[in-house]
Structure formats: structure tokens, C-alpha cells
Design a protein around this ligand. Structure first.
Ligand SMILES: [Zn+2]
Length: 533
């Protein structure tokens, strides 16, 4: 049965039932819009930690949504593009091919750097100087593609502060896909999608962005009574190590190109690593709903929005900072307004929504250590020297066959305490993984796309629990540990009663679950399955 036939039959069925003398049953209307929200770096526990400060969209999701509180990514290399591709396709990076943000790609006997959404054949529309972008490296269709397969009249919109988020959430489809180029303060697309900008996108760039960029200060907006939810504002391991407190001022934090003028690109990048980036993305999403009449035309449409500010703020200041609290309260407001607009335009109960995150993040190790934990920071150059040395020694005994060298290298890394565990890719792919982390690494492994520093030499590395391999300030993600894998998975819609479950749920289940709620058929070879049975 086609999508329309199914819809028609259910309505007619309901009308017939309504013509009887008994009270008509509620019309189980099918949603006309599937909304995917990804909050970049939103570790699942942050929604609990800051819950009392939320009064907008997060509040509604926590009160009216259905939460899978144990949801996680089941792949080991927890980076943005990989997380988004998993949420969108329902398969692991080992099958979508999006193993990380950047990797080394094998070409014959050599390896070349590759960016997840790089495609020199798809230049940025109107800005030829920028490198091209498309989902060429994404090897699987996603929820957007399934929706178009079910109804070619459907509209697909995917928006984000980041190219690798907007593009992967649109699958392989050629919908309306726009992302921010922070240096320019403009939303762009590539020729993979279209050859010009629609008026509504140009208007946001021309009329809205200057206002969003104008404020040269980021001031704290969270009321005093909620500030105890985050740790104290001043911490030497935040930001550049000097400017760690509110208000954040461009005059102090943006480098000057010369003695007088602030470099405009540096300024834009500074300003768009703050909550206002998500305000811009939310504004664009609102316009898309109106201009494209999403969910208002009889088709089941698709709107994906990935909010990136949480990631930028988290990397610089950490998940428990005053800055992150401020950012999430701001995003809570934006989401609330977005949901209100969906209610007004599409109609309450006519849209369904899933919210998740592409990965979590490690709490600042210094803060954990101050509070009795054993977390530590491993500064990158020292570690890299050790890795290079071990690689030289392993290679000195001959490089054939490759898996023998990989075994030598793995042993050296473990003997010298450079890693908690080294896995050979041979064992990950041909044998039984040594432990459950090995399974996660296997799910992140795609032949010829080397995500880890030593992947191309046949070795995957797991560093210690709460051992942050990074620079001297800030924090990051990318490990197979729970803090990097544990993400929210919340559904909202009339077909989903409010509630929560701690049953196992994985991010590969996200797309098939939303598809099931919207009555969209999915490929039968997914790694995930619908959580609603
Ligand atoms: Zn991310």
C-alpha cells in the first residue's frame, strides 16, 4: 500500500466509524512531519543535571516525551560526523563509511587525508574558494532517503552550524541542506544540492545574521538561583586559560589582525562558538517551516536540525561549566519556540520528533581530580613521541606480513603503558574482539578509511578511562567510554506516551524508530531496529 493509500484508508475508516451512533474513536492521524534534533555533544546526564533550569523545549521533552535513559552509541570512535551518520542511517560507521570527522583514505598503495563530507566536485554555491561538500563518502541512505522513497513529493530540509552534521542528517538525498561557515557568518550549500540560494536563506544571511553577530559580548543570562547547578566560573583549564569567566568580551578574546582592527573572520568565529550560533540555526529552521510549508502539504516531510553551539562551548569550557549551563538554557528557549511554531503551523500532534546527540564528552579531568576522581590529562606531543618511537621499533623488524607488525606494535604500546589496550584490526575483524570495547572499535572500522593514528598500521588504541588525550586546556570526546557514548534519545509525538525506560537502546535504533512512527518502510539490513513495538 502506498503512503497516501494508507493515509486515505485510515481516515475513511475513522469516518465510517464516526457515522455510527457510538462515540467515534480518536482518529489516529499519521504525522506529516518527522523532526530530527541533534544537539552536538549533549551528554545524556546534562539534561538531568540542569533540569530545574529548563522551561522551554527541553522541559517539554522531559515532561511530555519518552526517554530512553540508557541510550548510547555502540561505536568506539565517537566523533561528530560518525555520530550524525549513525543517527541518520541506522547502521554503524563500519557500514555507513563515516568512521570519523577526518581519516586517512587508502588510494592504491598510498594514504591521503579525507574529510567526512569532502567532495571537490561539489563546490560551495557562490563561494568557489571554499572546498566542496557532499555526502559522497556516505555509503548508505538515511531516514531522509527512506522518506523520499516512500513519497517523492516529500520535502527534505537539513540545517546545522556544521557541514558534517547538516549533510549526514540528509543522507544521500538532494534536499534543502544548509550549514554555517562561521568565518563568514553565512549559511551556504553546495552544488550537490542546488545551484543558487532561495530568497528565504538569503534573507537570513542578509538581514538576520548581522544582528546576531553584532553583540561583541557574551553575557551570562542564567539567573543566580540556577548557577549552583554548574561548577564555579573561574577555572584555569577553561578556554585559553586566561579568559575563563563571564562576560566574554571580543575586545579581550579575539586577536587583532593589526594594532587597530579586529580580524572580522576571527571575530565571527569567536561569536559563532557561542549560543547565538544556535539562535541563527533555529531562525533558519523557523523560516524553512514557513517557506516550504513543511508538514502542511499532505506529504510526510523531513526536518533535521543539528545544533552545534553545545559542542563548541563544551570543548572550550567543559560540560559542567557556567558557560555550558548558559548555552543549554539558551538552547532550551530556542527549542521551545521552535516547538511552538511547529504546533501553530503543522498542528499539535501532527509532527513527531526525535532528539539525540552525536557523542558525549569527558568532564574536565582537573575538576574530576579535585573531587576525588582519578582523571588525568595526557598532553598530546609527549604521547605522540612515544607512539612514533614504538612504530619505528615495530617496523624495524620488517613490515610483512602487516598483521605481524601490528601485533609487535600493539605489544610495545601496552608494555610501555602508552595505551590501556591496543587491538589489532586483524583481531577486530577476523577474530573475537578481546573485550566489549573491541566490539565498539569493530563497529567503527571500515577498510581503507583509517580513523585512528595507527589504524593504517593495523592497530586501534584505547587510552585509559578518564584519561584525556588533548591539549593543555579544554576537553574532548572520541573514546569508547560511557561518557562519550551515553546520549539522550527522546521521542515526542501523540503516538508516544510520556515516560521513560532504561532498557538498552542504541543510536542505530533512532532512524528506524522514527520511520516506524511515521509509517515509513526501512531497509531490511539495518543494524538498528524500531524501539516501539
Ligand atoms: Zn560533535
Amino acid at each position: 500500500m502506498t503512503v497516501r493509500a494508507w493515509f486515505g484508508a485510515s481516515v475513511i475508516g475513522a469516518l465510517i466509524a464516526g457515522s455510527a451512533f457510538t462515540k467515534p474513536p480518536a482518529v489516529q492521524e499519521r504525522p506529516t512531519l518527522v523532526v530530527v534534533i541533534v544537539v552536538d555533544q549533549l551528554r545524556a546526564d546534562l539534561l538531568e543535571r540542569y533540569t530545574e533550569a529548563f522551561a522551554g523545549g527541553f522541559r517539554r521533552l522531559l515532561d511530555e516525551g519518552y526517554q530512553y535513559t540508557s541510550a548510547s552509541h555502540a561505536h568506539g570512535v565517537t566523533h561528530t560526523a560518525a555520530g550524525h551518520a549513525t543517527l541518520s542511517t541506522g547502521v554503524f560507521p563500519s557500514r555507513s563509511g563515516i568512521v570519523a570527522n577526518d581519516w586517512s583514505q587508502r588510494r592504491g598503495d598510498s594514504w591521503a587525508p579525507m574529510y567526512a563530507v569532502q567532495d571537490m566536485d561539489s563546490p560551495i554555491v557562490g563561494i568557489e574558494a571554499l572546498p566542496g561538500r557532499s555526502p559522497r563518502n556516505l555509503l548508505r541512505p538515511g531516514l531522509a532517503d527512506w522518506i523520499l522513497e516512500a513519497d517523492p513529493e516529500a520535502r527534505v530540509v537539513s540545517l546545522s552550524g556544521k557541514d558534517r552534521a547538516a549533510i549526514t542528517l540528509a543522507g544521500q538525498s538532494r534536499g534543502e541542506v544548509y550549514w554555517m561557515v562561521p568565518e563568514l557568518g553565512q549559511f551556504v550549500t553546495s552544488t550537490y544540492y542546488r545551484t543558487d540560494y532561495p530568497e528565504w536563506v538569503e534573507r537570513v544571511n542578509r538581514e538576520i545574521m548581522p544582528g546576531i553577530l553584532a553583540d561583541s559580548a557574551w553575557k551570562q543570562t542564567v539567573g543566580e538561583r540556577f548557577r549552583h547547578l554548574a561548577r564555579p566560573d573561574s577555572a584555569p583549564y577553561e578556554g585559553d586559560g586566561i579568559h575563563t569567566t563571564f562576560p566574554h568580551l571580543a575586545s579581550a578574546e579575539v586577536e587583532h589582525a593589526d594594532s587597530t582592527a579586529m580580524d572580522p573572520m576571527e571575530y565571527n568565529t569567536w561569536a559563532l562558538a557561542q549560543p547565538r550560533l544556535d539562535r541563527a540555526v533555529a531562525e533558519l529552521a523557523g523560516r524553512a517551516i514557513d517557506e516550504l510549508r513543511l508538514g502542511q502539504r499532505g506529504s510526510v516531510d523531513y526536518l533535521a536540525v543539528s545544533f552545534s553551539a553545545t559542542d563548541y562551548v563544551g570543548h572550550a569550557y567543559g560540560p559542567l561549566s557556567q558557560e555550558q549551563l548558559d548555552n543549554l538554557v539558551s538552547l532550551d528557549r530556542e527549542l521551545g519556540q521552535l516547538f511552538d511554531r511547529l504546533d501553530q503551523r503543522v498542528g499539535r500532534g501532527r509532527w513527531i520528533l526525535g532528539l539525540s546527540a552525536d557523542h558525549g564528552v569527558m568532564t574536565m579531568p582537573e575538576w574530576t581530580a579535585q573531587n576525588g576522581g582519578t582523571a588525568s590529562r595526557v598532553v598530546l606531543p609527549t604521547l605522540q613521541q612515544g607512539l612514533v618511537q614504538a612504530l619505528r621499533e615495530a617496523a624495524a623488524e620488517g613490515t610483512e606480513p602487516l598483521y605481524r607488525m601490528a601485533e609487535r606494535l600493539a605489544s610495545l604500546l601496552e608494555e610501555r603503558g602508552l595505551v590501556a589496550k591496543a587491538y589489532t584490526t586483524h583481531d577486530l575483524t577476523m577474530g573475537e574482539p578481546a573485550d566489549s570495547f573491541g566490539t565498539f572499535f569493530r563497529n567503527s572500522y571500515y577498510p581503507g578509511r583509517a580513523a585512528g593514528w595507527l589504524t593504517r598500521y593495523g592497530v586501534e588504541m584505547r587510552f585509559g578511562f578518564e584519561q584525556l588525550v588533548h591539549v593543555s586546556t579544554g576537553t574532548t570526546h572520541g573514546s569508547p567510554y560511557w561518557y562519550d557514548r551515553h546520549v539522550p534519545l527522546i521521542l515526542l509525538g501523540t503516538a508516544v506516551p510520556p515516560g521513560r525506560s532504561d532498557e538498552a537502546a542504541y543510536t542505530v535504533d533512532f532512524a528506524p524508530t522514527l520511520a516506524a512512527l511515521a509509517g515509513i518502510p526501512v531497509p531490511d539490513d539495518l543494524d538498528g531496529r524500531s524501539l516501539r513495538r
